[in-house]
Each structure stands twice: as C-alpha cells, then as structure tokens.
Design a protein around this ligand. Structure first.
Ligand SMILES: *Cc1c(COP(=O)(O)O)cnc(C)c1O
Length: 382
C-alpha cells in the first residue's frame, strides 16, 4: 500500500513530521544532558496536559495496557473491592486485570452505547467498602464518552480512589485531573498525544502515591512499581543522571516535541478544536444516514466516531475505504463487532483530513452498492 494513505483509526494516528523527525534522530545515551533535559521537560509538560500541577507523571516503555496495569498493580492488594464503571471493551479489560491482581470486582454496566449514570454509581458505592473505582473516559470500542467529572465527584463523596483510563481521551477531551479529584489517569503515546506507539504514560496524585507506599506487600511486578520509578522521574526532572531500566530514548525525544505542540496550542483551544471537528463530522454522518453507536451526543466522544453499517453493507466497506486511500477501523465491541466501523479524529487531525475521509466513505458506500448522493456528506461538514 502507498505510504501516502491517510491513517484515520483510533490510534495510532497521523503524526506531525516534527515528531517523526525527533524519532529518527541519532539515539543518545540515556544520560546525555540533551536527553535528560527533554525527559524532564516532557514530565513537566504532562502536568500541563493533564491539568495536574500536584501529580507525579510516569513515562515508561510500554503501551496503554501497561499503564493500565501499572495503575492496578500499585493500588490493588488481594481482597480490595473495586468498582468498574463499565462502558465497553476497555472497561472489561481493566475489570479482568483487577481480578488477576486479586481485587473483588463489581461492574456497573449500561447498555452498549451508553454509560452508567452518576446516580447508579452512587447507589453501588453506598453499599460500602470500595477502595477504588475505574472509569473509561472514552471507550474506544463504542466511542462512548463517560461524564468523568460527575462520576469522580460521587467517588470522592464515598472516599473511593478514582482511576481514569484516558487512553482515548487525554489531549482530545476535557480532563482536569486535579480539579476533578482524579487519583490516577493514564494514556499511551499513540492516541491524542500524537507520538508513535511505545510509551505508557501515567499520572498519580499524592494520594495514589501514598496508597501505593502504604501497601502491606510490595508491588509484585518490579517494572510497574511506583517506588522503583519515582526516584528516576525525580532525577530526570532535575536533569540528574539515574538508571533503573533503559528508557526508550527516541520515543521520549519525540514525546517531548509532541507535548510541546499540545502546550503551544493550549489545552482549552485543543479541546475546542476537537469538539468543533467532531460536531462537523457528526453532521456529515447524519447527512449520509450513518447511525452512531453512542445513544446521544451527550455521551459521544470527540476523538472518534463509531457508526453502524447501513443496511446491506458490511465490513467490506472498510476495505473499500482503504482503496480510496483512507485507513479506518472495523468494530471492536464483541457484541456488535461485525455491525459497525470506527473513524479516529484526534491529535493533529485537520478539516482537510475530514473532507478526505468523508469523501472516501461516500465513494466506498457507493462501491458497496449503497446509493449516497456524491458530495452530500462533504457538504454537511460545513
Ligand atoms: C487503546 C486503548 C487502550 C489500550 O492501549 P494499548 O496502547 O493498545 O495497550 C486502553 N484503553 C483505551 C480506552 C484505549 O483506547
């Protein structure tokens, strides 16, 4: 396939050329002053991106799933009670992970395309004894957006730690870690942060760090232990040499460049841009008669769309769109996998990318025997 196709899946995404250039530079020593400075700056920039001046960032080699496991491994001991606010595939994943770490897990579930309400969660937490609650900010399997602020407020009322899976949201959806009382939020480099895959990124509140420190048994997985990584991150932030495990030097150089773009754009402006582009692409889907999985716009993510295939169309559409030069994703939620497709629109995404994507989907729909008027979706983009 041509290298000039357009990658519009929910991560990895299209990256800024400046980020890719940083990745391709000569690999420095992990103790090189230039690298120490970049790592330290990336750590500081993460506090700005997560709106978390009091939190401790961790950046380690791995994917979003490793960041998820780092959260679970540090906060959970066998027998702890955890509540999963379940909105789909990635909520199921953290539920399974919590169980493997010995937690007693309760799920608050909603119908596919929706998310449990703060009132429902309040009722479950009121039964007592929960140590932590997890929220999937954007469930990438359904494009459902959870009301993190409201849900976190309920958990705080019950004195329960709040863990947010922000892998498909941080850098694209509003998230105010400190103001909303979130204890751990994590993401991965390849989604709305706009850096190639390979970095697990986690921010821990002082309370989350204290919880891990107060464990009666050390974290079994040494690579995931906050206590191992804390002095390393403190040293890099102070541009002092230190070593625990070799950092992915080039990826961290690239992350620093990418976070620089986020900070320069400003988080408010960036969230607003994602909201505007998402509104415009939603109008295009509607004009094309494509029905979204999320039940209403209040629970619709701005970072991606999940859309049912129209009658008579199946997963062949994804291939037909690829033939138009645009890469989109099929379904992921096990209950509905063959019935829908997904389009990512996060990070460096532009209006031009949406014009190209909507137009490719129009043409592919026609190629799949579904008549849509040429230009109808593109016109609706506004
Ligand atoms: C992508 C994703 C993950 C998993 O991240 P990987 O980097 O694929 O391990 C977890 N949660 C959500 C919400 C995601 O979108």
């Amino acid at each position: 396939m041509s290298e000039r196709n357009l990658l519009m899946i929910p991560g990895p995404i299209e990256f800024e050329p400046s980020v890719l250039r940083a990745l391709g530079e000569k690999t420095r020593s992990h103790l090189d002053p230039v690298f120490m400075k970049a790592y330290g700056r990336a750590i500081k920039r993460l506090r700005e991106v997560f709106l978390a001046p009091t939190a401790q960032p961790f950046v380690v080699a791995g994917s979003g799933t490793l960041a998820m496991e780092m959260a679970v491994a540090n906060l959970v001991q066998p027998g702890d009670k955890a509540l999963v606010v379940n909105s789909g595939y990635f909520s199921d994943r953290i539920g399974t992970m919590l169980e493997r770490h010995g937690a007693a897990v309760t799920h608050a579930r909603a119908d596919v395309g929706s998310v449990p309400s703060a009132a429902e969660v309040d009722t479950v937490l009121a039964t007592g004894g929960f140590k932590l609650m997890t929220i999937t900010h954007v469930d990438t399997s359904t494009a459902v957006l959870a009301p993190v602020k409201e849900l976190a407020a309920v958990a705080k009322k019950h004195g329960v730690l709040v863990v947010v899976d922000g892998v498909c949201s941080v850098g694209g959806e509003a998230l105010e870690m400190d103001a909303w009382g979130i204890d751990v939020a994590f993401t991965a480099s390849q989604k709305a942060l706009g850096c190639p895959p390979g970095l697990a990124i986690l921010l821990a509140s002082p309370k989350a760090l204290a919880t891990s420190k107060a464990r009666t048994r050390p974290v079994a997985a040494m690579y995931l232990d906050f206590a191992e990584w804390l002095p390393i991150h403190e040293a890099y932030e102070a541009e002092r040499p230190s070593y625990f495990a070799t950092p992915p030097v080039n990826l961290i150089m690239a992350l620093d460049v990418s976070l620089g773009h986020l900070v320069d754009e400003g988080m408010g402006a960036r969230i607003e841009r994602h909201a505007k582009l998402a509104n415009s692409v939603r109008a295009a889907w509607q004009a094309l008669g494509l029905r979204p999985l999320p039940m209403d716009t209040a629970v619709s993510a701005n970072t991606l769309s999940a859309l049912y295939y129209p009658p008579g169309v199946d997963a062949a559409l994804v291939k037909a769109v690829a033939a138009e030069g645009v890469v989109i994703a099929g379904g992921l939620h096990p209950a509905l996998k063959p019935k829908y497709f997904r389009v990512g629109h996060m990070g460096a995404v532009s209006r031009a990318d949406l014009v190209t994507t909507v137009s490719a989907i129009e043409r592919a729909l026609r190629a799949c025997g579904h008549p849509v008027e040429a230009g109808r979706g593109v016109a609706a983009l506004g």
